[in-house]
Each structure stands twice: as structure tokens, then as C-alpha cells.
Design a protein around this ligand. Structure first.
Ligand code: 13P
Ligand code: SF4
Length: 322
């Protein structure tokens, strides 16, 4: 079924009296649209999603979908991946400004210049990169498959791992490989306070600290378990403990609590008395913007054909290895 052409002028705010949840469900049906939401989205956006996942699971869901419209509630680099995998489908996002500190720190010109001395190296790049950087990379990875992808490369191959140095250092340790690390980091996962964490662990001696591999090394060294968002969820679901201190973006606690309703989940505290453990990019996607994107079928992700085709090569390699 073809998506309906919007008859109303774009950019109108949603009327205050509208039941946004009902309208989003109705528009999804009318437009044959699928809503993909990352675990770091607001709870109400997650609750309306057809697929909730980490960045790998959402790329896999995008590769499988038969919907006419993909509404991607994550950061826009994830939506670009969905478009690269689905050039014939309409891909929309709630807010085009939803970017990522990792990608901001590494535009394509800097990436190409930084890679230049490593002519013999394969580049393994994180999924939150622009399509232009993806097109310059040999493999794309996410936090859940980075280790697998590095292990799949011949042991004598030099690897440039970009851009998250914490994830790269963790993967190097797990695989015993000597990776060349790009000096980038995620502003969210570097915000946690070791001082406050140590105090929390004293206060809750029964709690297990679990952490995303984008956290800094001292925190990872203290963690009972390290894994991507999906791996953290699986761990809490299957592990016998009752209390966890969770060092990643707190949006994940929504699904975690649903999967493990009897467990106590404590969000790891940031250094300042701020909400800086909430990703400012992911949180741009409000329910109202989800509604408006479906109503107006915009903003859309569009990429030049040549760029799309070059960026697809390392994404397909990742999907084949995952
Ligand atoms: P994963 O979805 O791979 O766990 O990564 C978390 C993240 O920071 C995504 O922006
Ligand atoms: Fe980027 Fe970190 Fe936000 Fe993920 S949590 S989108 S890696 S800034």
C-alpha cells in the first residue's frame, strides 16, 4: 500500500487536545509505517514502537522490513543506515538534529586525514557515523558486534578502530588485538562519577554494577558485566541477583524493568547534579515529533545514490558477520 500523501501544511504543531498515542497508531496503519525505537528513547516512544532495540537490532529490523515508511526514533545516523538498506522506502525521523558526539568529533575530512598514515589498516567504524564516513570505512560495527568483527579479521591485519576509544580499548582487551584507536568518545558514557559510584556500591553491597563498553576504563574495570544495551538487558533478565547499578543511558531502564519487574535497578550517577547521563540527541525525539513526522512524512532521509551504494558495502559486511 502506498503511504497517503499528507493534505495538511507541514510544520503545524499537534493540537493540544489530540490523543497522540492513538493518532500515531492510526497514522502507522494508514501509511503502512513501522516505528523503530532505540532503547534510549523516551518510554512513551518505546511503548509505541514496532521494534525496540540496540543499534544492531534496529539495523537488522530495517534490513528485514516490508513497510512503506520507516520512522526511525534514534539518532539520524541510524536512520541513514536504514535508508541505505532501503533506498526505495521512505525513511523519516522525528528530529534531524538528533546527532551524536562521536560523529560530531569525526567529520569525513578529518577521518580521511587521520586514516592516511595507516594505508595497510582495515577501518572498523561505529554505526553512529555519517554516510560519508561509512563510505570510507571497510567495516561498520556496533557495540554488540565490534568484538566479533575484529575477531573475523586476519590476526596480522592492522585495524583502525573509530571513533570511540573506550569501546575500542575494551575490544582490544577482549580480543588481544593491538588496535589503533581514534580519540573519540560518547559524552553520555563518560559522564559517570566514579566517586559517587563507589559510594553507591558501599550503600548497596548486594548490587552488581553493569556497564556499556563506551564507559571509561576505570568504570569498566569495576563492572561485574560489560555489554551493549541488548546484552545488558539479557544479563539482568537471566542473572540471579536482585539489584543492579546500570551504567548507560537511563532510557534502557524502561525495558529492563519490564523484562525483570522484580529487580531493583539503579541508574549510575553522573558527576554533576545534572541529567547528563541522558543523551541530549536521543532525547530530542518527543512523542509530538513522532506524530508530526508521521503526519507530514518529514523530515525524510535522502542520500545521493553513489554515496548510498558506497556506504552500503561496509554495512552489508557487518550484517553478514553479525
Ligand atoms: P548500542 O545501541 O550499540 O548499545 O549503542 C549505544 C549507543 O550509544 C547508541 O547511540
Ligand atoms: Fe552518541 Fe552517546 Fe548519544 Fe549514543 S548515547 S547517540 S553514542 S552521544
Amino acid at each position: 500500500m502506498l503511504p497517503l500523501v499528507p493534505t495538511s501544511p507541514a510544520g503545524r504543531p499537534a493540537p493540544a487536545t489530540l490523543d497522540l498515542e492513538d493518532e500515531i497508531r492510526r497514522l502507522k496503519r494508514e501509511r503502512n509505517a513501522v516505528l523503530l525505537a532505540h532503547y534510549y528513547q523516551e518510554s512513551e516512544v518505546q511503548d509505541l514502537a514496532d521494534h525496540i532495540g540496540d543499534s544492531l537490532q534496529l539495523a537488522q529490523a530495517a534490513a528485514r522490513t516490508r513497510a512503506d515508511v520507516i520512522l526511525f526514533a534514534g539518532v539520524h545516523f541510524m536512520a541513514e543506515t536504514a535508508k541505505i538498506l532501503n533506498p526505495e522506502r521512505i525513511v523519516i525521523v522525528p528530529d534531524l538534529a538528533a546527532g551524536c558526539s562521536l560523529a560530531d568529533g569525526c567529520p569525513v575530512d578529518r577521518f580521511v586525514a587521520g586514516r592516511a598514515p595507516y594505508t595497510d589498516a582495515s577501518t572498523v567504524s561505529y554505526i553512529n557515523f555519517s554516510a560519508a564516513v561509512k563510505a570510507e570505512s571497510d567495516y561498520i560495527c556496533t557495540s554488540s558486534n565490534a568484538e566479533k568483527i575484529v575477531r573475523a579479521l586476519p590476526s596480522d591485519r592492522r585495524i583502525l578502530f573509530a571513533p570511540d576509544r573506550n569501546l575500542g580499548r575494551y575490544v582490544a582487551k577482549q580480543t588481544g588485538r593491538d588496535l589503533v584507536l581514534w580519540p573519540g568518545s560518547c559524552i553520555v558514557h563518560e559522564t559517570f562519577s566514579m566517586r559517587k559510584l563507589e559510594a553507591l556500591l558501599v550503600q548497596h553491597p548486594e548490587a552488581k554494577l553493569i556497564a556499556h563498553p563506551e564507559c571509561e576504563e576505570p568504570l569498566l574495570a569495576r563492572a561485574a558485566f560489560v555489554g551493549s544495551t541488548a546484552a545488558l538487558l539479557r544479563f539482568v533478565e537471566s542473572d540471579p541477583s536482585e539489584t543492579y547499578i546500570v551504567a548507560t543511558e537511563p532510557g534502557i531502564l524502561h525495558q529492563m524493568q519490564k523484562l525483570a519487574p522484580n529487580k531493583r535497578l539503579i541508574a549510575a550517577p553522573p558527576e554533576n547534579n545534572c541529567a547528563c547521563n541522558e543523551c541530549p540527541f536521543m532525547r530530542l525525539n518527543t512523542l509530538e515529533k513522532v506524530y508530526e513526522a508521521l503526519r507530514d512524512l518529514k523530515p525524510q532521509i535522502d542520500l545521493p545514490v553513489e554515496l548510498r551504494e558506497r556506504a552500503r558495502v561496509p554495512i552489508d559486511r557487518m550484517l553478514a558477520l553479525s
